[in-house]
Ligand binder design. Sequence first.
Ligand SMILES: *[C@@H]1O[C@H](CO)[C@@H](O)[C@H](O)[C@H]1NC(C)=O
Ligand SMILES: *[C@@H]1O[C@H](CO)[C@@H](O)[C@H](O)[C@H]1NC(C)=O
Ligand SMILES: *[C@@H]1O[C@H](CO)[C@@H](O)[C@H](O)[C@H]1NC(C)=O
Ligand SMILES: *[C@@H]1O[C@H](CO)[C@@H](O)[C@H](O)[C@H]1NC(C)=O
Ligand SMILES: *[C@@H]1O[C@H](CO)[C@@H](O)[C@H](O)[C@H]1NC(C)=O
Ligand SMILES: *[C@@H]1O[C@H](CO)[C@@H](O)[C@H](O)[C@H]1NC(C)=O
Ligand SMILES: *[C@@H]1O[C@H](CO)[C@@H](O)[C@H](O)[C@H]1NC(C)=O
Ligand SMILES: *[C@@H]1O[C@H](CO)[C@@H](O)[C@H](O)[C@H]1NC(C)=O
Ligand SMILES: *[C@@H]1O[C@H](CO)[C@@H](O)[C@H](O)[C@H]1NC(C)=O
Length: 850
Amino acid sequence: MIASSISNSVSSFAAVVVALISCASLVLGSVEYSPEQEVKALLASEWWSPEYLNSTTTTPCKLPGITCNRAGSITRISIYQFFPHGRTLGKFLNGSSFPNLVHLDLAGAGLYGSIPPEIGTLSKLTYLDLSFNYLSGILPLSLGNLSQLEVLDISFHQISGQLPLSITSLTHLMEFDVSFNAINGFIPIHIGNLKNLRFLDMSENMLDAPLPSSLGQLTKLTTLSLYSNYIAGSIPSEIGKMTSLDHLDLHDNMLMGQLPPTLGQLTNLSELYLDSNQIIGSIPPSIAKLVYLVHLNLGANMFHGPLPPEIGNLTSLEILVLDENQLTGAVPSAICDLTNLQYLSLSRNQLNGLLPSRIENLKKLTSLNLSSNILMGPITPSLGGLRSIQDIDLSYNHFNGSIPIEICSLSTLASLNLSNNLLVGEIPYKLADLVNLATLNLVSNHFNCCIPCYLDSTIRTFYAEEYLYNSSCLLFHADRPSTGIINKVKLIIVSTSVILASSFLVLIIWAMFFKRGCKNKKIKSLDETIAKRNGDIFSVWNYDGNLAYKDIIQATEDFDIRYCIGTGGYGSIYRAQLPNGKVVALKKLHTSEVEEPALRKSFENEVKTLTELKHRNIVRLYGFCLHKRCMFLIYQYMERGSLFCVLNNDVEAMELDWKKRVNIIKGIVNALCYLHNDCTQPIVHRDVTTNNVLLNSELEAVVADFGTAKLLDPNSTTQTTILAGTYGYIALELAYTIAVTVKCDVYSFGVVTLETLMGKHPKEILSSLSSSSTQNLKLIEISDQRLVPPRSRLAVHNVALVASIAFACLNADPKLRPTMDSVSKQIAERRTPLADHCFHEITIGCLMNP
Ligand SMILES: *[C@@H]1O[C@H](CO)[C@@H](O)[C@H](O)[C@H]1NC(C)=O
Ligand SMILES: *[C@@H]1O[C@H](CO)[C@@H](O)[C@H](O)[C@H]1NC(C)=O
Ligand SMILES: *[C@@H]1O[C@H](CO)[C@@H](O)[C@H](O)[C@H]1NC(C)=O
Ligand SMILES: *[C@@H]1O[C@H](CO)[C@@H](O)[C@H](O)[C@H]1NC(C)=O
Ligand SMILES: *[C@@H]1O[C@H](CO)[C@@H](O)[C@H](O)[C@H]1NC(C)=O
Ligand SMILES: *[C@@H]1O[C@H](CO)[C@@H](O)[C@H](O)[C@H]1NC(C)=O
Ligand SMILES: *[C@@H]1O[C@H](CO)[C@@H](O)[C@H](O)[C@H]1NC(C)=O
Ligand SMILES: *[C@@H]1O[C@H](CO)[C@@H](O)[C@H](O)[C@H]1NC(C)=O
Ligand SMILES: *[C@@H]1O[C@H](CO)[C@@H](O)[C@H](O)[C@H]1NC(C)=O
């Protein structure tokens, strides 16, 4: 019978198996089974290619992914491979074939079709994972026959219809996950029967009925996740009985009514998300009993009344979001007891009164958003104590008084929005000390407009002539860091037509403040590679051996503006053709910049680092002049300018097709791999951005700008230093640690790679990596829309590969990011579990968890 349907060699294999089985058939403990059935089912599944089955010595137990019991009957099947052409469960489960199977793991195997009712025949199954396939149709009633099941994961499909009521008979179930499907209807009212459940996830479906009160019987449940459904009705008070709950996520539903007071009984909760519902009433003081809460989000509901001072009891809180409600009264001073708080958003409420003066207690706070309330009075100087703060948004309030000078000591501040208030007085000159400040918005206040002096002393140093006065007020905008060596980006000076009321100042300052902040303490005076000539001129002319200062002066007509091809974060970039015909690029400090010790240091650092490096993907330094009257560096000229500029020019971006983009990324990998591994000491670049990746006429990449680069001492695992880098590319951990490791570059490389694939900076994605809406995005949706999607198998593979690498590099935990070495290997071996997906199907979630 078998022989009639399959090849001879296979039949002999089967015969041997039958023979082996009959010898072993007396082993105790196994359920009676038919070896023929198991073999037949394996063959029918088409999951194993026939070459596995032609050897007379092979038994099915030796097939990859299969485990048997002593009697030779299959007990476990774990397929870690992706079937390129799609396979179904139907053929595999045709007949009651695997009576001893306890573990079936087919996650991400590329299965199509529906789950056949025959699944119910696997009566010994305890573990069933079908997640991340392309299954559709409805869940079969026979799932209820898998009475031994402990783990059931059917997440990430297009399963529709209702949940079969029979699942409530799976009383051994500990984990049940049907998230990310299209299941509608209600949660079975007898769900409470599943008394052993620890983990229940039905998020991202279309469930619409109210929550059943029997949920309260799930007293062992630690995770309940039902977000992004249409669940209506109010939260049943029985929820208070689920006392093991650690993680409760009901956000993005249509929940109504008040919060049940019993919520306060969930004393083990560490995460509570109820945002984006229609919950009303006041925030119950009983919430203060949830003392292990780390993350609380009640935003976008209709809570009203004051914020209870008991909130101050929640001292484990790191994230507190209560925005978009109708909270009134003052911000309770007790909130300043939340000393672990990192993120606080109370925006879009009707809070009034003064800022609590003890706010300086929030030493770990990185983001404070109180915008769109009716807070008033002076901005408390105690804000100056927020020593981890990065973003402050106090816009759209009624603050009066002047900007407290204490704000100018917030060295970590990256964004400050004080717009639309009633602030008066002068804009403190010392704001210029905020070396990390990238965005400053002071629009619509009543300042005195004493801006010129502020400008003179600070901005001009960096922007030279490129500023614009409008009477005494100024509108200033530079939309991106502009630090490349050959950089066509000019500052965009927005027209002053938007001047409002009596005062208007938008000052968006990017990278140059970072640059200025780079004070590399470890730089020794330049070493012996630098010859001392003519007293105070330090120079090395290692280009052609006879490059002379006067050649440069002649070639650029003493740095005439006509030869200027861009401005960097500091200095200007010139193109010079030398007498021998060779074209070089020059980076020259402005006269005023030469006086800046930090900039000089950064220049010297670049010289010191680059003279030691030689790699085809690292910009070549041909020579330099370090003299107080003329400071410049001489580089290899890169015709096409920075990657940033090319990506921002539609014509040039289209020339940069997928193959070229992947090549550029490979070039950056090579450069960073070399820096991190091949030098006597690892070198961390610390400012890997698309601005600092330059392209030659062949669109090949070099990494440039080593002003902030740093040698790592191999004897120490981490090194600390003052923050350097460019906003938008800096590794997350540098927000809370000053330890510099090669993993900081790995993060920035992840950003640059994504930017190269997307054609623009991935800021939205970076800030929402873990959100389900981001994870659901398809790669094709985020990839540069100016190019046609990659079509060839190879192109799809390469793009998916670098994208999955990029996401691995963006891991918030530096330890989990790959090293550049392993990235390089991965590219060389062209390994990706996603390789055979159709490009249209790849989601970010899939790339992040390949
Ligand atoms: C069958 O197995 C032999 C030896 O294991 C192998 O050389 C041969 O290529 C296989 N045949 C097929 C059709 O895969
Ligand atoms: C199941 O097996 C029978 C015969 O054994 C066959 O006729 C039928 O087509 C198979 N069904 C599927 C879905 O493969
Ligand atoms: C489930 O089991 C019951 C009894 O054990 C049986 O009658 C029924 O046919 C089974 N259903 C399926 C779909 O296997
Ligand atoms: C709460 O959590 C602790 C520590 O995880 C655990 O020991 C305890 O059993 C939990 N309490 C309940 C009621 O589950
Ligand atoms: C909770 O806060 C209130 C008011 O701030 C305080 O009286 C009470 O002692 C606190 N309870 C606990 C358990 O800390
Ligand atoms: C503060 O919250 C408002 C409204 O919720 C939002 O528009 C704004 O972008 C937030 N500010 C920052 C800096 O994120
Ligand atoms: C700020 O506003 C408060 C209340 O509206 C008022 O009493 C106070 O005088 C104002 N201060 C300044 C400096 O305008
Ligand atoms: C305040 O400014 C920041 C930075 O420009 C911006 O992200 C934020 O959205 C602004 N806040 C509001 C309420 O518009
Ligand atoms: C300054 O701004 C005002 C208001 O938009 C405009 O009328 C005026 O021409 C500007 N002055 C200069 C010097 O640009």
